[in-house]
Write a protein that binds this ligand. Structure first.
Ligand code: TYD
Ligand code: MG
Length: 452
């Protein structure tokens, strides 16, 4: 048996074959520690005899007790969770600092306290601070216990003693296991604390909600390192400058990952937004070039939003492009198609894109509205106010069909739009009264629609 050493960084957890004074991965000094690895070299091929008893069970004979779900009282949040917090599950709520994670979790305590005791462990705020916030949010559940602690080896016995139904950990970056040498917030500590919580959830059947901070530049100890450990990962985002916040699931072992929940940050915490389309369109400018409404699907729900484009001649050697709410590569593609197929010189123009209200659109169905707003800004001609567009654009400038056409049309009609620009290939059976469908085959047809 040979012994071979390797070195583990206690800041970022990376494994090195050699010792370095400075970790090559995270750049921290003096963080590499030697570990020994025993390598069995004698036998290359193992032979096995059959096990005496079989421990695998046929799928049909596995019994499951139906798990309870705790409704949070916020329909928007429940929908993203897949119908409520599942008993014994571990959910990570990730988002930038200050987005409202602590507010949301404290707020739902009033409702979830109906199901049993809640333990709120905070490593960021003192009990008094939490009390003040709870007072402001009108949370006065008797079954809510607050613990201001960051040492996991003290938190776990507390959970075992109190036996709560739900535990809130705010935030995972402040928690540490004192048996591990690295600092709180490092990958090793974050993973270790999450593992301990996961084990606790499964053995004690307690639901755990974990807060995780994300940084804009995706800091090393962000929630990404936990995604494979926990049962569900929810991202809370939106612009801090805007009052609107959205929650979507990146992973969910107990539900769909397509749903989003929309909230507004007010003076007494987060308020659910029941008609997000109306909110996202509420401040739309009238008769101005460079704006086009779009209907996107967020999970099972159609949502109307406004895509804004501003194109102006550049003063820089290489033109500036910024895009908020739409993938930058998608913008580059649409600009290239417009330049190549229509001969518009966007390469001499700065281009700024914004989806009003802080919504992030990932669907290619936004292409048509993006192209319309770009042409509209370039030519300085407004898109008709009562028009909404959706459809994907291909590299040849052709317009491709997108799913859920009827749902999008009825949402647009509900919001008072009467002109719907959509791909020619779509088959629409029921057209609501007073709605005109403008079918386009490619981007050339958009010019006719705008009259440019
Ligand atoms: P917070 O929940 O502390 O953010 P996180 O836990 O994600 O870091 O909330 C942050 C912001 O929300 C804070 O800047 C203040 C604001 N806020 C309100 O506007 N209204 C309220 O009722 C509360 C409680 C907070
Ligand atoms: Mg917080």
């Amino acid at each position: 048996m040979a012994k071979k050493s390797f070195y583990v960084c206690n800041n970022c957890g990376s494994v090195q074959q050699k010792w370095y004074g400075k970790c090559p991965d995270c750049g921290e000094w003096n963080t590499l520690e030697e570990r020994e690895n025993e390598i069995k070299t004698e036998k290359k091929h193992k032979t096995f005899s059959a096990a005496k008893t079989i421990s695998a069970t046929p799928l049909n004979r596995i019994e499951v007790s139906s798990r309870m779900r705790f409704s949070t009282g916020l329909e928007e949040f429940d929908r993203v969770l897949g119908g409520g917090i599942v008993e014994g599950s571990v959910t990570l709520l990730a988002g930038e600092p200050g987005i409202g994670k602590s507010t949301l979790l404290l707020q739902i305590c009033n409702e979830i306290a109906r199901f049993g005791t809640i333990l709120y462990v905070s490593g960021e705020e003192s009990s008094a601070q939490i009390k003040l916030r709870a007072k402001r949010l009108g949370v006065e559940a008797e079954e809510l216990y607050i613990l201001s602690e960051t040492n996991m080896n003290k938190i776990i016995p507390e959970i075992n003693a109190l036996r709560p139904k739900i535990v809130i950990i705010d935030s995972i970056q402040t928690m540490y296991d004192d048996d591990v040498a690295s600092a709180p917030g490092s990958v090793t500590q974050v993973k270790q604390s999450a593992m301990m919580l996961m084990q606790e959830a499964k053995t004690e059947n307690v639901s755990i909600l974990i807060v995780g901070h994300v940084n804009k530049d995706g800091a090393i100890a962000g929630p990404k390192v936990l995604e494979h450990i926990v049962d569900a990962v929810l991202y809370f985002d939106g612009d801090r400058q805007h009052a609107y916040r959205m929650i979507h699931a990146a992973k969910n072992r107990f539900g769909s990952t397509n749903e989003i929940g929309v909230f507004e940050m007010g003076s007494v915490g987060l308020i659910q937004v029941e008609n997000p389309s109306a909110v996202l369109l509420s401040q739309r400018p009238r008769g101005v070039s460079g704006s086009c409404a779009v209907c996107v699907m967020e999970g099972s729900r159609p949502l109307l939003a406004e895509v804004q484009a501003l194109s102006s001649s550049t003063v820089y050697p290489s033109p500036k492009r910024t895009s908020q709410g739409i993938d930058f590569n998608r913008l580059a593609l649409i600009l290239a198609v417009l330049e190549k197929r229509l001969g518009y010189r966007f390469s001499a123009n700065d281009v700024y894109i914004n989806v009003a209200g802080g919504l992030r659109i990932e669907e290619p169905a936004v292409d048509l509205a993006l192209a319309l707003s770009l042409i509209s800004s370039y030519k300085n001609v407004a898109v008709p106010e009562d028009a909404v567009a959706f459809g994907e654009i291909g590299l040849a400038g052709e317009c491709r069909s997108v799913p859920n056409i009827e749902q999008r049309i009825s949402e647009a009609a509900r919001m008072g739009f009467s002109k719907i620009v959509l791909p020619k290939r779509c088959t629409v059976k029921n057209v609501p009264d007073g709605v005109e469908l403008i079918k386009v085959q490619g981007i050339f047809d958009l010019l006719g629609f705008l009259g440019v």
